[in-house]
Design a protein. Structure first.
Length: 94
């Protein structure tokens, strides 16, 4: 995470390559709409890249990414989406 915060694009690519597929599969637990999951994943990594210098340091990048992605996805889903489904999925988080 330190190299990524310092602007190392290879570190960013490594984070993306390591976690993008896992996050996509996780997002599909919330909704079957692949487009929403894909767009939300893209938004997450764009935000990470743009705000990398302001991110707090973490030893648990996987946990950080999954929590941030879940939050981003909840904001992307329609307001009418049943919250009970989101709560059940939250218990299954990695």
């Amino acid at each position: 995470m330190g190299l990524f915060k310092a602007g190392d694009d290879r570190a960013f690519s490594q984070i993306y390559e390591t976690y993008a597929d896992l996050l996509f599969s996780y997002g599909m637990r919330f909704t079957s709409n692949r487009e929403i999951v894909r767009d939300t994943l893209q938004e997450l990594f764009i935000k990470l890249y743009k705000n990398r210098k302001n991110l707090s340091t973490t030893d648990h990048i996987k946990f950080y990414l999954f929590c941030a992605f879940r939050h981003q996805l909840q904001m992307s889903l329609p307001k009418s989406y049943p919250l009970s489904i989101l709560r059940n999925v939250k218990r299954l988080s990695p």
